[in-house]
Design a protein around this ligand. Sequence first.
Ligand SMILES: *[C@@H]1O[C@H](CO)[C@@H](O)[C@H](O)[C@H]1NC(C)=O
Length: 179
Amino acid sequence: MSCLSLTPLLVLVLVLGVSLGAAFPHHTLRKDCSLSKYQTIASEEKEAMDKMRQEFGNDHKCNTRLFHRKWNAVNLPMSDRVLLVVAELNLTTAMLELPADPSFAELRRQPLKFFDQARADVLGCVDPAHQPSGRLRHRLNKLQEAMRTESTECLRASTIVNVMHVLENLHCAALRHKC
Ligand SMILES: *[C@@H]1O[C@H](CO)[C@@H](O)[C@H](O)[C@H]1NC(C)=O
């Protein structure tokens, strides 16, 4: 008897839950997505990146603003954040794995390994049905345009200068509402 009277309430809760979920499609991520391991980033990883940035990051080869500093992931809805991080990680890994001098090859080894793994993890979070917001689409178009028009040296230099920024955006995506 009491079970029966609970049923309409349960149905109501389910319907509400489903419709609320549908009302916020921008917050959907794939269910098997887990970025929790990036909520804390080991200091060895940060130090390795920072060392690479200090020794090889130079901005003089170009003035394109590939990684806009005003553009923090925190201002974006969650699934937009993930797309931004994917785009930044795509570029970062592509640039870090280019053929390089032995001295750079040594310094990039650990950061590249980290970013490759992060890229695979973040790609696993992308909901294929998610449409980026207008702001993000504009940003992604700019990034793609720069990748087509700027020289490889320019792209690589700006990527190295901005590795800590990419790491911050990844961290922010992993922290979700706590970012
Ligand atoms: C990142 O790379 C993946 C696979 O290489 C590609 O499917 C995806 O469209 C790229 N994403 C962005 C936002 O550049």
